[in-house]
Write a protein that binds this ligand. Structure first.
Ligand code: ZN
Ligand code: ZN
Ligand code: ZN
Length: 208
């Protein structure tokens, strides 16, 4: 998710050529649609899901042309080839990110709302290399994910909690943006009578 991406258009085209060779080696047909999918995945400088990639591709070629199954197969082949990295979110969700041009970083992932934080800790990096060495390995690469629960979500104050309609606490208090926008009073929210709650069918669900 860094704005400090170093890749240029030439890098991109070279990488797409590498991908094409990789795909052909695997017996995949190289179609215009596949190229668009690959280019779109590489142009993005944030973490994306297969569904999000499909939406980005559809912005270029229109809806109904590319299929999610093709997106999945393409992402899988890209990941196997080391062009992108997959990231388990811990709740069945999976995100991807482009490898080239992005400096190494690790992730903290929220189990409640899927919030994603990237970090780089040099002391940790050195420690990991050291641990590998102590165990008779030379570290080639690693991937560290810390799973936890973000404070903002617990407090119901993060945007994601609002969007996903999962911030029961804030909603109950009638303090979340969604509740305010809808003009649902604290009382009606508490009784589970507000519009959003009915729509989401969340009434009666336990707090997170
Ligand atoms: Zn690291
Ligand atoms: Zn969270
Ligand atoms: Zn990342």
């Amino acid at each position: 998710m860094s704005g400090e991406s170093k890749e240029t258009q030439t890098d991109l085209q070279e990488e797409v050529a590498q991908v094409r060779a990789h795909f052909r080696g695997k017996g995949f047909r190289w179609t215009r649609q596949r190229q668009t999918i690959v280019e779109t995945a590489f142009e993005t400088h944030r973490h994306f899901s297969a569904e999000e990639l499909l939406r980005m591709v559809e912005k270029k070629i229109g809806p109904g042309v590319a299929h999610l199954a093709t997106i999945y197969r393409t992402l899988q082949a890209l990941e196997e080839g080391g062009f992108i990295e997959g990231l388990e979110l811990g709740k069945g969700g999976r995100l991807f990110e482009h490898v080239l041009g992005h400096s190494h970083h690790d992730h903290i992932i929220c189990l409640d709302c899927g919030a994603l934080v990237e970090f780089h800790d040099e002391a940790l990096e050195e420690k990991k290399a050291e641990v590998a060495q102590v165990n008779g390995f030379e570290m080639e690469s690693h991937s560290l994910r810390i799973f936890g629960r973000c404070k903002a979500f617990k407090q119901g104050t993060c945007e994601k909690a609002f969007k996903q309609g999962t911030c029961e606490k804030a909603f109950k208090r009638g303090t979340c943006e969604e509740a305010l926008q809808r003009g649902t009073s604290e009382g009606s929210s508490k009784q589970g009578k507000c519009e959003r709650k009915k729509k989401e069918g969340r009434t009666g669900q336990p707090d997170h």
